[in-house]
Design a protein around this ligand. Structure first.
Ligand code: GAL
Length: 664
């Protein structure tokens, strides 16, 4: 076949076949390079059979596309695309930059990322490149250009994915010589003079003043804690490097095609600012592995056992809401767990039903796409113990059957319009970085605090949007910041215009963006005296409305001229309500958090319920979805009266979904 004309004659209109808004499609991640060509046609036919319409390919195929420099082997990929397109599948083509091949590393060793102790990373797994390496950037542009020129005009390719999971395996930060030079230049650009940097960082402390930007090193390998503002700037710089690396690929792709561009981000991952990434792409997608994360994250042993086969009932929802916020309105799931994974400490099988439930939950939150990773389990190499929709011997696996069942429900539902939540939760990447640098207490964990707020709001039966601190507040009756160290200057003014109630948790307003303590509290009528962190097991008694509650982990001592709704034993205010804001001066135990949030949302006229631990609801325009994350049936009649079910019934079985028409 002649180069560049190797496409199927079957024309698919790219415009018409872009991800359609809110009509959620199913997809899968496929690796034609892992299988003999004789299998491809049958694979494509079976994808269609189980309701898959989208397929992602190519993200790790560099060594097959270009086995040695400039020697491009397109034929196999042309053929794979042709077969998939002939089956009517829409393709997400990826740039293969997450896996630079051996020959490239050998000729350009300065592309490698460096570990904190100054050693170059080795070839042998993936993501071994440094975002600051000019050499690698040139290679990334070159291979992107090559793949895009080859396939931009192919109508079967309806979207493009840049790279794969920026930052996976802790790869945002690199301590290479090129990264150091780039960091010094970034600092110069930010501060313009070294005096300004010294003042912002407070380098007079411990005699750390600099006289030139090129004296500044990484903070790795210092004897004890390095300057926190220096660390924060390094995190900001590293984040910016990811954004600009991505932007280079995006610009090349856009120059050739109007097809949508996406990148697949990860769960529980905060090392770069995802709001910024979302500004540069058309569809923000994320990779959802609820069981892997349940096993390896911060939850208690009891919670890990309870939800080992379902994932935490708020894990996927939290990330759907977060990444919707990190998008221009269009988002989806690029990789959905299909069965046991291989990478968590323990890798149980999902309860039968969960693989389908996760897809329907994505639809309820407004995803336009949910793609399973991966089509077929690989019989070789690192991920041979990771399930696929088919097993490695090509038998339909449990995940595949459930994908088909989810497709049948989606078919019944048709278009889903996104629901406008009344309550927003403010999530901030810089807050996370700041608290990681100086947690000031082993129990303090920013994401965990946000998650506890999110869980409580959801158990109150509310649908929640997650937003950045800079997001427009117009549609929200309430914006809850579980903790926000730097309060944007215009936040109170914006809230006033939109009549949004602002709620702040502990440590809010405690820092300037230079990582210093502000001279004045941003909260009118509130004086911060001091704060304390508490060891595990230590609790403080709180009196609110003559009920006794408890606080743990953190407490702010504040004085106020404002209305106190709760006080600690020693008389200091624990919860304050004012015209302009509410302030909670401690990390609340669940009961107290529930009482506070219930009273705040009720005052705003929002109705609440209290859902059982395993049950969650999500509104989607004129429909309500109920998800049972438990191991037993649950009865919905307390939460849904005289409703018309579109799917399911009042008796909701374990790992299943009910959907009814919202008559509210
Ligand atoms: C993701 C990654 C995939 C695969 C998968 C396994 O993080 O993007 O390539 O490794 O995990 O669960």
């Amino acid at each position: 076949m002649p180069e560049n004309t190797a496409y199927s004659n079957k024309k698919i209109d790219a415009e018409a076949h872009r991800f359609e808004k809110r009509d959620m499609k199913l997809g899968t991640c496929y690796y034609p390079e892992h299988w003999p060509q004789e299998m491809w046609e049958n694979d494509a036919a079976r994808m269609v059979e189980i309701g898959i319409t989208h397929v992602r390919i190519g993200e790790f195929a560099w060594s097959r596309i270009e086995p040695s420099r400039g020697d491009f082997h397109w034929n196999w990929l042309d053929k794979a695309i042709e077969i998939l397109a002939d089956a009517g599948l829409q393709i997400t083509m990826c740039t293969p930059t997450a896996t630079p091949p051996k020959w490239l590393v050998d000729v350009t060793p300065d592309m490698l990322a460096y570990t904190e102790d100054g050693q170059p990373r080795r070839f042998g797994s993936r993501r071994h490149y440094c975002f600051s390496s000019e050499t690698y950037r040139a290679e990334s542009r070159r291979i992107t250009e090559a793949v895009v020129t080859r396939y931009a005009s192919n109508p079967a390719i309806t979207s493009w994915q840049t790279d794969n999971e920026y930052g996976c395996h802790d790869t945002v930060e690199s301590y290479s010589p090129m990264a150091l030079k780039a960091f010094q230049a970034w600092l110069k650009d930010k501060y313009s003079t070294i005096e300004k940097l010294n003042a912002a960082w407070g380098t007079v402390f411990w005699s750390q003043e600099y006289s030139r930007f090129d004296q500044i090193q990484f903070t790795a390998r210092t004897v004890t804690e390095a300057n926190p503002a220096h660390r924060l700037d390094f995190q900001r710089f590293s984040s910016d490097q990811v954004i600009s690396f991505n932007k280079e690929q995006v610009d090349i792709i856009r120059a050739h095609t109007k097809a949508d561009i996406t990148h697949n981000v990860m769960g529980h991952f905060t090392a770069f600012d995802h709001y910024e990434l979302g500004d540069d792409i058309d569809i923000t997608t994320w990779d959802s592995y609820p069981l892997g994360f349940m096993d390896q994250e911060w939850w208690t042993e009891a919670q890990k056992l309870r939800w080992m086969r379902s994932g935490h009932p708020d894990f996927a929802a939290f990330h759907h809401d977060l990444y919707r916020a990190c998008s221009n309105g269009r988002w989806g799931v690029m990789e959905q767990q299909p069965g046991p994974v291989n990478w968590a400490p323990n890798n149980p099988a999902p309860r039968d039903g969960m693989v389908g439930l996760w897809a329907l939950e994505a639809a309820a939150h407004g995803a336009e796409y949910c793609s399973y990773f991966r089509w077929r389990q690989a019989p070789f190499a690192q991920e041979q113990n990771h399930a696929g929709l088919y097993d490695s011997n090509n038998n339909l696996a449990q995940g595949g059957a459930e994908a088909k069942a989810a497709h049948d429900v989606l078919d019944k539902l048709g278009e889903l319009k996104p629901h406008q939540a009344k309550v927003a939760l403010i999530f901030d990447y810089e807050a996370k970085w700041m608290f990681d640098i100086q947690p000031q207490g082993t129990g303090w964990h920013y994401e965990k605090l946000c998650f506890e707020f999110y869980t409580t709001l959801r158990r109150l039966g509310l649908s929640i949007d997650i937003i950045s601190p800079h997001h427009d507040l117009t549609d929200y009756a309430l914006a809850v910041a579980p903790s926000l160290p730097v309060i944007p200057d215009d936040l109170f003014a914006r809230a006033k215009v939109s009549k949004t109630k602002l709620f702040f948790g502990p440590r809010s307003g405690s820092k300037t963006s230079d990582y210093q303590i502000p001279k004045q509290s941003p909260f009118e009528g509130l004086k911060h005296i001091r704060s304390e962190s508490l060891r595990e097991g230590a609790v403080l008694d709180v009196d609110m409305d003559e009920q006794f509650y408890r606080a743990k982990i953190w407490r702010d001592f504040v004085q106020t001229t404002q209305n106190r709704q709760a006080k600690f034993d020693d008389g200091f205010p624990a919860f304050i309500q004012t015209q302009n804001y509410d302030y909670l001066a401690a990390w609340p135990e669940p009961k107290w958090l529930r009482a506070i949030l219930r009273s705040v949302v009720t005052e705003l006229g929002l109705e609440t319920v209290w859902l059982p631990k395993d049950l969650r609801l999500r509104r989607s325009d004129d429909k309500v979805f109920a998800f049972n994350y438990g191991a037993k049936d649950t009865d919905l009649s307390r939460f849904a009266k005289d409703v018309e079910f579109i799917h399911g019934s009042y008796q909701l079985a374990a790992a299943s979904v009910a959907i009814w028409k919202d008559n509210a």
